[in-house]
Design a protein around this ligand. Structure first.
Ligand code: A4P
Ligand code: MG
Length: 174
């Protein structure tokens, strides 16, 4: 079966966000037909969207998966539910948000799934961790993400902690 390299954006700003993101990465590693290849550091940033919510912790994980895009989306939404996610408001607070950023070289326009993620190029908290994992990453149209990052640099983010990936594919803070 064909496998694809997929970048997942993780975000949390409720109920111990650092632990939520670490647990989220470990849950990605445990998905069927999926292998965790790399993870970024954790980054902290002010919320984009409603400002009356706590700051976010974000990271990007690179996985290799044989799941189809929609099967992966179903699996990610199940993990969000496991993390106790309640949908409150658009761009609002959440215990765990798992977004598919890039799925191989595919462009996907499905009622439930748009890839590349529609806002990824506007968000430093996505681009910076993704480029930490893969400095040469590009969009399906060939645009290098390193070329897109500079216009987001007015958004402040802070390096929060580095993660260590062990030989079993699980992560812990360093
Ligand atoms: N969906 C479509 N495309 C995708 C994709 N590529 N990956 C659909 C995942 N899901 C995708 O998502 C709504 C629907 O998007 C899903 O049912 C899926 O079928 P949602 O997470 O339930 O709802 P939402 O919060 O209204 O929208 P969205 O687009 O996920 O929000 P974002 O874009 O993730 O933004 N500020 C900081 N600093 N850090 C953050 O992480 N996150 C958000 C949420 C806002 N501000 C933030 C952060
Ligand atoms: Mg989402």
């Amino acid at each position: 079966m064909q496998s694809h390299n997929v970048y997942i954006g993780l975000g949390s700003n409720l109920d111990n966000p650092t632990q939520q993101v670490i647990d989220g990465i470990n849950a990605l590693a445990a998905l069927r037909e999926t292998q965790l290849l790399a993870t970024s550091s954790l980054y902290a940033s002010a919320p984009i969207g409603p400002q009356d919510q706590p700051p976010f912790i974000n990271a990007v994980a690179l996985i290799k998966t044989a799941l189809t895009p929609i099967a992966l989306l179903d699996a990610l939404q199940a993990l969000e539910q496991d993390a106790g996610r309640v949908r409150k408001r658009h761009w609002g607070e959440r215990t765990l948000d798992l977004d598919i950023l890039l799925f191989g070289e595919q462009t996907i326009e499905h009622p439930r799934l748009k890839v590349p993620h529609p806002f990824m190029c506007e968000r430093r908290f996505v681009l910076e961790p993704l480029l930490e994992v893969s400095p040469h990453a590009h969009l399906p149209n060939g645009t290098a993400l390193s070329q897109v990052l500079p216009k987001t640099l007015t958004q402040e983010i802070w390096h929060h902690c580095t993660l260590a990936l062990d030989s079993l594919g699980s992560v812990a803070p360093q």
